[in-house]
Design a protein around this ligand. Structure first.
Ligand code: SAM
Ligand code: SF4
Length: 331
């Protein structure tokens, strides 16, 4: 049974950032000058991640997601997937990736026990991709999505961060993909976490709310119906366009926070347990791990993290997380 936090929320999901490094530099995630990567010795080793995951599983966590930075740039990532897939109690093992290297790794990841992937994709236009991601090629991401589909890393979810004046004119084209290609797309309201384009005084102007996106899609393509997704009950609610095989979701941390049903903890690449994405509060797991802490001691620290998990974020009152950029936390 999952542990309950102080607000009676069952905590069943751990997101593990395996690296702060990335092969892209998305404008909403990293500042223009990039970020200084942490030295290797600060990053948790695979056996340390395994200890945390085993402790989490013993406490009723059933779902793990590997994220980053870009998880596929960390050497040996397939080995980590194999280790985590073998932990008793974990019944959902997923990854969030930018897709650039996915075509290369999809088959090995599936064979090692990864169940599914979320792929981040903000535009269908190659030149715009370069503007948003600052490097990399759209065609590699699309090849990654196709490879993941072929090897059964499904259902694949496409994550699209919508930024006014940057890609909001594409929401209808992207929504059409749920009909044409059966994509499952989630539109995400951009959050002001340690980034460049979203200067703290103007970030609000860049947010396109879930309801505005929905209105634009419905005006062009018809009314959405509620839809059920098979797995991965994350914070998005799902919908379907008439006749579409794929689904649409809206992740609305800004306009309609979903903290009351948050079920997750986060582990940063440098081994800090972060009970809330949008709060700077963290518990150090790396130091105890390197002093010999085993599963029992890590369970005690995870319990502490669950106890201090805040009720909700406070972006509305202009309290922003400040100590990290998104690529260090893993989204
Ligand atoms: N590199 C991988 C990727 O891009 O999918 C995994 C890490 S990335 C930090 C995880 C997710 O966070 C991505 O879907 C990304 O679009 C999202 N993200 C990053 N910065 C964000 C921001 N400022 N607001 C909303 N979502 C953000
Ligand atoms: Fe890298 Fe993902 Fe951040 Fe883009 S969103 S810079 S791909 S970590």
């Amino acid at each position: 049974m999952p542990c309950l936090d102080a607000y009676n929320r069952p905590i069943s999901y751990l997101r593990i950032s395996v690296t702060d490094r990335c092969n892209l530099r998305c404008i909403y995630c990293m500042p223009p000058e990039g970020v200084a990567w942490r030295p290797h010795e600060e990053i948790l080793r695979y056996e340390e991640i395994e200890t945390v995951a085993r402790a989490a599983a013993e406490m009723g966590i059933t779902k793990l997601r590997l994220t980053g930075g870009e998880p596929l740039v960390r050497p040996g990532i397939v080995d980590l997937v194999r280790i985590l897939a073998g932990i008793p109690g974990i019944d959902d093992l997923a990854m969030t990736t930018n897709g650039i290297l996915l075509a290369r790794y999809a088959a090995a990841l599936a064979e090692a026990g990864l169940q599914r992937v979320n792929v981040s994709l903000d535009t269908l236009r190659p030149e715009r991709f370069r503007r948003i991601a600052r490097r990399g090629r759209l065609e590699d991401v699309l090849a990654g999505v196709e490879a993941a589909r072929r090897v059964g890393l499904t259902p694949i979810k496409i994550n699209t961060v919508v930024i006014r004046g940057m890609n909001d004119d594409e929401v209808v084209d992207l929504a059409r993909k749920t009909m044409q290609e059966g994509w499952n797309i989630r539109f995400i309201e951009v959050m002001p976490v340690g980034n460049g384009v979203l200067r703290s005084d103007t970030w609000h102007d860049r947010v396109v709310t879930g309801s505005e996106i929905r209105q634009r899609i419905e005006a062009a393509l018809g009314e959405l119906e509620p839809a059920k997704m098979r797995i991965g009950g994350g914070p998005a609610r799902y919908h379907r366009l008439p006749g579409a095989s794929g689904t649409l979701g809206f992740i609305t941390p800004i306009s309609e926070h979903f903290c009351y049903r948050c079920n997750r903890l986060r582990l940063t690449a440098d081994g800090q347990l972060r009970p809330c994405l949008l709060s700077d509060q963290e518990i150090d797991l790396r130091t105890p791990l390197r002093c010999g802490a085993g599963v029992a001691e890590i369970k005690r620290l995870l319990r502490r993290g669950i106890e201090i998990k805040p009720m909700r974020h406070h972006l509305g009152e202009c309290r922003m997380p400040e100590n990290r950029v998104m690529s260090e936390i893993g989204g």
